[in-house]
Design a protein around this ligand. Sequence first.
Ligand SMILES: C[S@@+](CC[C@H](N)C(=O)[O-])C[C@H]1O[C@@H](n2cnc3c(N)ncnc32)[C@H](O)[C@@H]1O
Length: 454
Amino acid sequence: MTVHPFYSEFSSLEEQLRMRIDILSLFNAKEIDHDWSFIEYKPSDTGKWTHDYHRYPTKFIPQLVERLIDEYISQKDAHINDPFMGSGTTIVTAISRGFKASGTDINPLSYLITKVKSTPIEPKYLNIKIERFLSKLKILKETQSTLFGDKVAPLIPQKHIERINYWFPEKTKNELGKILRVIYDEDDEIIRDFFLVAFSHILKDCSIWKQRSTKPTRDLKKIPGDPYDALRKHLSKMQKGNNDFWFVVPHHVRENLGEYLNIKVGDARKQPVPDNSVDLIITSSPYVTSYEYADLHQLSTIWLDLAEDLTEYKKNFIGTSYKNYKNKKLRSLIATDIVDKMSKKDQKMAKEIEAFFIDMEEVFDESYRILKPGGRCCYVIGNTKLKGVEILNAEVFAESLEYSGFKLDRIIKREIPSKILPPKRDEKTGRFAKNSEANTEAYPIEYIVIGLKE
Ligand SMILES: C[S@@+](CC[C@H](N)C(=O)[O-])C[C@H]1O[C@@H](n2cnc3c(N)ncnc32)[C@H](O)[C@@H]1O
């Protein structure tokens, strides 16, 4: 049973009000910690090892995760958890250090990417597999419009054919379908998944998805990239990343990866680990109205057939607008203020914000359950503004962590250098917008809110 010292019936409203004021003043007085900007790191540093296998919005930079581990972990046999794995930056980093790594993500694509990125493959074996695969693709490409080429039936998920036709010209669609057929012919699951991640990564460039747009927008004038060339190029990059990673991961971890890697497709409120078993949680949650995680990965979701029904699938994402929590009540007073302010402007959005903070309170309870006494959780989060209302995510997280039983241990306020700035959000909708679009709010500042389980 989780303890909520401040939320318990013994905690008076007066105490709760005092805690709210303390937290707000703490944040107001907080200066930027400049040595947490990691401005000196080049893309080759942030994309080292397997970190650049697949694009993912709002990826961590690995150096941030490494620094938190350096500051909080001294033992050799640590267990690190991330309930919102995304592209797996925390998990890869934990494995690179020889630690146990566990976590979840509701997005099956995130699970696939994280699994592949955390699984080092013996370099010579991978080389043989890639060479064989590329020679099959070469034959396919050279015989494209011949009888032989036509014998390889493209594997195109018919369930999503309308969406596929919407995003891909006929020729590219057939080429991708043939490549997918060859990938599924691979017997070794580790290698097959490695190829699937490469395939998934090139889909955007090979479609008419508008270049550099984070929103699903079509560009009918775009000439999609050649799938064979794109795949060859990306596989070569991944191969180099794998080989570097292989030599970083300790031998005993490579040999017994199953004992170290425990990741699942699933909800952040249900971690696949026992009570009191984790030393450190390093994570970044989605934002309110951030159902675009599902939208943004739709090309991969349809080609890899990762969701039965795209609309149903979106409903499980935290931060979506599908929730209605009549029987649940927010604990955080700061969140309650934000919801009250928003309900004067937009009732529907107020409900979404309320549901988001309630969901997050449950995630914090789960973090409390799994951490060992003395363990810490680090939540990376930025504040934003919707319809003129300041959404103080970081302050709410700090307050909610206390209600879940944590002691608020530390707040780091960091600047995000422009080269790694996440996409801006539209103030009206909260969704990702182009960085040049007006009426948007960026996250030049974000916080790492750290709770200690005493
Ligand atoms: C900010 S991203 C994490 C990025 C990650 N730190 C990285 O380095 O790639 C948030 C993630 O939360 C996931 N998510 C959304 N709702 C979830 C839920 N209910 N349970 C678990 N994960 C969820 C999204 O799929 C997304 O991958």
